[in-house]
Design a protein around this ligand. Structure first.
Ligand code: ZN
Length: 345
């Protein structure tokens, strides 16, 4: 953060609901409603709409809400050669938490061009606030494809990390202030996250001078996740396995979920030295938080995170929610942050 940054810069995890005129709603992998030039225009219109909503809500670090990609992993994978997307196979992903039809890696992985050719520059041209761009992390991409070429999960992840690095450097040149890698797979493979996942992230971040972030979470509020969370017991301590390694990493910001979560808040203390994106908005409920509830969650986090390192955020992406509900949750995030600023200024 520069010296001009406000106390508690507010941001979102990344995704937002696509308007019904852009794509199917309430889906994590929706079909587009338009094609060709109409689709390109609709993606830009939707990006602009959410930029204005985030500004109106008083957020400080703005995202494109993933308006130009169908899915947070496959939006990147679409632009990679060496992948057979026509003959998908079903595998268990996130340590078998879900079954998914995934594309196969069948050759050397290479970017076919920019994965996100216009998005960074478009955000930069349309807001004077800080902008963040999210990319899937190397472990999470690897875990969402089926490898038939590299023969090794770590090698496959590092091959993706090189491509992510290429795109991340280009996004930085477009004027992006924060590049965030989404690594929900860290929670499914906590030991591997510490053993090599963070090194793969370092490869993806190599040479970046902008702010870097990693988003880890317990996922969207979809049924498979709700059932998985029921099995995790009264305390969710997964973060404990790799937060000490993340604290020593070169990543600037780490996100975690906090609102309505069974993650013990004292685990945040394991991230000493990092900026912490604290999830103060639950994505798994249709109830909108009150600003006072957001303030209370920020106050809980302040017991473990220094005030100059706390960024109020959403627990995860808002993509599957109703558009109006997501807008209301953005407002609650902004209002609660404003209360915290007044209280702790
Ligand atoms: Zn998430």
């Amino acid at each position: 953060m520069t010296e001009a940054a406000p106390l508690f810069p507010a941001t979102i995890a990344g995704s937002l609901p696509k308007p019904g005129w852009l794509a199917e709603t309430h889906k994590l992998w929706p079909q587009w409603r338009a094609e060709g030039a109409d689709l390109e225009e609709a993606k830009r219109d939707a990006t602009l709409l959410w930029l204005r909503e985030q500004e109106a809500a008083g957020l400080d670090i703005l995202c494109d809400g993933e308006m130009s990609r169908q899915h947070f992993v496959h939006g990147f994978v679409e632009n990679v050669a060496g992948i057979d997307r026509a003959n998908k196979v079903e595998i268990g992903i996130r340590d078998n938490r879900y079954k998914a039809m995934v594309p196969r890696v069948v050759g050397k992985l290479e970017l076919t061009g920019r994965a996100h050719p216009w998005e960074g520059a478009f955000l930069r041209a349309n807001t004077s606030r800080k902008i963040k761009f999210t990319l899937p992390g190397p472990m999470t991409i690897m875990d969402t494809v089926s490898d038939h070429y590299y023969g090794d999960r770590v090698k496959t992840a590092f091959a993706f990390a090189d491509l992510l690095n290429q795109e991340a450097r280009a996004l930085q040149a477009d004027g992006v202030d924060v590049i965030q890698f989404d690594e929900p797979a860290f929670n499914a493979y906590t030991r591997q996250a510490a053993d090599w996942g963070i090194e793969a992230l370092h490869r993806a971040m190599d040479g970046l001078t902008c702010t870097t972030a990693v988003h880890i979470c317990y996922g969207y509020g979809i049924q498979a996740n709700i059932e998985w969370k029921r099995m995790l017991g009264s305390e969710w301590r997964q973060y404990e396995d790799f937060f000490p390694a993340l604290a020593k990493s070169r990543v600037d910001q780490v996100s975690l979920e906090c609102a309505n979560s069974r993650v013990p808040p004292d685990l945040m203390a394991l991230l000493a030295g990092k900026q912490v994106m604290v999830g103060v908005i639950d994505v798994a409920t249709d109830r909108v938080e009150t600003p006072e509830e957001v303030l209370a969650t920020i106050e809980t986090a302040l017991q473990f995170v220094p005030r100059d390192k706390l960024l109020p955020a959403t627990n995860c992406g808002l993509a599957p929610l109703d558009r109006s509900l997501a807008a209301a949750k953005l407002k609650a995030l902004g209002e609660g942050t404003r209360l915290a600023r007044e209280k702790f200024a």
